[in-house]
Design a protein around this ligand. Structure first.
Ligand SMILES: Cc1ncc(COP(=O)(O)O)c(C=O)c1O
Length: 384
């Protein structure tokens, strides 16, 4: 019998049975009253999750499309954009913006670190920037940006639109549109919502919608807020076919989030993140992100000497856990393990046990050391 392979890559994340069941339902017309009610429920609940009183868009597509949608609706050719990049996905904004003829300046950190807020403030003083992008958790580095602090600082620049990429964070790390002064936030279904890939979710506040209004007509059609807004206000209307079954699946994910409580969900992610990171360090790995800026949703794990990346991931997959490769300069030196969405302790404990068995194949005998650490972390912190 084959060992079950746990999906521990940083997205898509494991899709719970009850969410899968929603995708397996017989598809109905998007004009069906039942679906219209379901879509309305989805939109209302999504605003509650990030404490937004603005607009929310749920559209077929992935996180990259959401990145493009965020820029397309508030910036035009020749506008100034500041990209704060903590890795590969921060950098992706540069490519998208350049394609659109937007003037991009970039503040990048060394991988594993963050750009100091003071540097951001000083840069913003130099030019008339229309928007700034920040990736909440950059999946290439496992670094978490100081979202709230940046939002507070941005109050000194009330014209600037604060765009946050929450793809590897939303519903796993705390994000509150109003409290954090965020103007546009987006994610995709396959990360901390624990739904199969295929949907993007984008929240835009009044300031962002006003910026869209000021642009007049834009060359994007599918991505235009104005084409989707009537549907998001009244899902009985049509612009382009909604992903009926994925929206049902998202509703089930929302139901699970509400059942757990969003604050409890953030706490679980924090508990799991810290526990697995401590266990991995105990096994001789290093975590790329500096401790005070580590994400709770994934870990970017540097190998000890003598461990071949491809072989490690191959054996680990046979031992029952699939992880992702490192990106950029860390390709071959690091693996990435997701721990977000709808996962419980079994996933963490099995992952650490499988990693121990894999290390054993490399003549590194650390059997039960990581397990001892993670068990104690989970027991002690759960009590506290
Ligand atoms: C932080 C972040 N932004 C954007 C993306 C792009 O999302 P997608 O692959 O769904 O297009 C990813 C993908 O992993 C990501 O982690």
């Amino acid at each position: 019998m084959k060992t079950k392979k746990l999906l521990m890559i940083p997205g898509p994340t494991p899709v719970s049975r009850s969410i899968q069941d929603e995708m397996g339902r017989e598809t109905i017309a998007f004009s069906d009253e039942n679906f219209i009610n379901d879509f309305n429920y989805c939109l209302t609940e999504l605003n509650k999750i990030v404490k937004s009183d603005g607009e929310v868009f749920v559209i077929s597509g992935s996180g990259t499309l959401a990145m493009e949608m965020s820029l397309s609706n508030v910036l035009k050719k020749g506008d100034n954009l500041l990209v704060v990049s903590h890795g590969f996905f921060g950098d992706r904004f540069i490519e998208i913006a350049k394609n659109k003829g937007i003037n991009v300046d970039v503040l990048s950190s060394e991988w594993g670190k963050t750009v100091p807020i003071e540097n951001i403030r000083e840069t913003l003083k130099k030019k008339d920037y229309k928007a700034i992008t920040v990736t909440h958790v950059d999946t290439s580095t496992g670094v978490k940006a100081e979202l709230k602090e940046i939002g507070n600082m941005l109050k000194e620049f009330p014209e600037i639109i604060y765009i946050v990429d929450g793809v590897c964070a939303t519903a796993g790390e705390a994000e509150y549109m109003n409290d954090m002064n965020i103007d546009i936030l987006f994610t995709a279904s396959q990360k901390a919502f624990g739904v199969a890939p295929g949907l993007l979710i984008l929240w835009a506040n009044e300031k962002a919608m006003l910026a869209r209004e000021k642009l007049g007509s834009i060359s994007e059609y599918f991505l235009d807020f104005k084409n989707w807004l009537p549907i998001m206000h009244d899902p009985s209307k049509y612009f382009a076919t909604p992903s009926v079954n994925l929206i049902w699946a998202l509703n089930e994910s929302i139901r699970l989030i509400n059942e757990e409580g969003i604050e409890n969900r953030f706490y679980r992610h924090e508990l799991f993140g810290k526990a697995i990171q401590k266990a991995l360090e105990g096994l001789g790995f290093d975590i790329l992100a500096e401790e005070k800026h580590r994400a709770n949703t994934l870990s970017n794990v540097i190998y000890p000497d003598g461990v071949n990346d491809e072989l490690f991931r191959k054996i680990l997959a046979k031992e029952g856990v699939q992880v992702a490769a490192g990106l950029g300069a860390y390709k071959g030196k690091m693996f990435r393990i997701g721990h977000m969405g709808n996962i419980d302790k079994h996933y963490l404990i099995s992952s650490i046990a499988s990693i121990e068995r894999t290390l054993y194949e490399f003549n590194i005998d650390r059997l039960s050391i990581g397990l001892n650490i993670i068990q104690r972390e989970l027991i002690n912190k759960s009590k506290g």
